[in-house]
Design a protein around this ligand. Structure first.
Ligand SMILES: [Zn+2]
Length: 253
């Protein structure tokens, strides 16, 4: 389901991937778009939809960024509470809710990682607890992060953690070890390359996912779980590597 082709501000026609509904405007009774009426311009009661449906998008992970941005600004203009300033308190409230959903949806969908994580959540997949909040909490409390080392990284992580430990100790004692620091610089470069590779893996998984979404072929449909699993693995590795990079930076500061 493409974004609506209406040449003007679309408001995005009411149509969600799960159900297509034709709803009339509460005010003028005309066919309306999801968020505001295309005839009278009145903001409509918010419907509980996910972020993809909010933008009238299919559940694709490859996404036209510039088009999303245009839709965002177009909707912003119509939904902003100031635009509706002369209207009733009820419309004001709808406007605020719609604007807030719009901002959340846009922020999430425009970011490749947030978009992928969001789609995984919609599919009922839960990522390891590797959020920034969990990381910060672990540092504050001094407790080890409850982070599962991705199997692919086990070996190098073990080695790296020893080096980090040593480097931290050296730093505390004010006795820098230049060769150890050089090794950590090398590790950092290696991990950055790994990070780039993971992004490529993720994009490949996106393509496979989009093919599953577009397919009516049940053979492809069977791949759904496998693709989700791959994306989850990549994101977990990526989060883990990101934390390692941050740890290295801290030690090398
Ligand atoms: Zn209307």
């Amino acid at each position: 389901m493409p974004l609506t082709d209406d040449k003007h501000d679309s408001g995005i026609l009411v149509a969600s991937p799960s159900k297509s509904t034709k709803t009339n405007c509460w005010s003028c009774g005309e066919m309306r778009a999801a968020h505001f009426c295309q005839t009278c311009g009145k903001v409509q009661p918010p419907a509980p939809v996910d972020y993809f449906a909010f933008f009238g998008l299919p559940y694709h992970l490859n996404l036209d960024g510039p088009q999303l941005e245009r839709e965002f600004y177009s909707l912003s203009r119509h939904l902003h509470p100031d635009v509706n300033a002369v209207r009733t308190p009820q419309e004001q409230e709808w406007s605020l809710q719609q604007s807030s959903s719009l901002n959340d949806a846009y922020r999430t969908l425009k970011d490749p990682i947030a978009r992928t994580e969001y789609l995984l959540r919609l599919q009922g997949v839960h990522l390891e607890e590797q959020s920034t909040a969990a990381t910060e909490e672990a540092r504050r409390s001094g407790k080890a992060k409850k982070q599962v080392v991705p199997p692919d990284l086990l070996e190098e992580v073990f080695e790296l953690n020893m080096q980090l430990e040593e480097a931290r100790m050296n730093k505390k004692m004010g006795e820098p070890d230049r060769s150890l620091e050089r090794e950590l610089h090398d590790q950092k470069k290696h991990l950055q390359e790994k990070q780039d590779g993971l992004m490529q893996d993720l994009h490949r998984a996106w393509n496979d996912w989009d093919a599953v979404i577009d397919s009516t072929d049940s053979a492809l449909e069977d791949d759904r779980g496998a693709v989700l699993q791959r994306m989850m693995d990549v994101l977990n590795q990526r989060a883990y590597v990101r934390n390692l990079l941050r740890d290295i930076d801290e030690v090398l500061e």
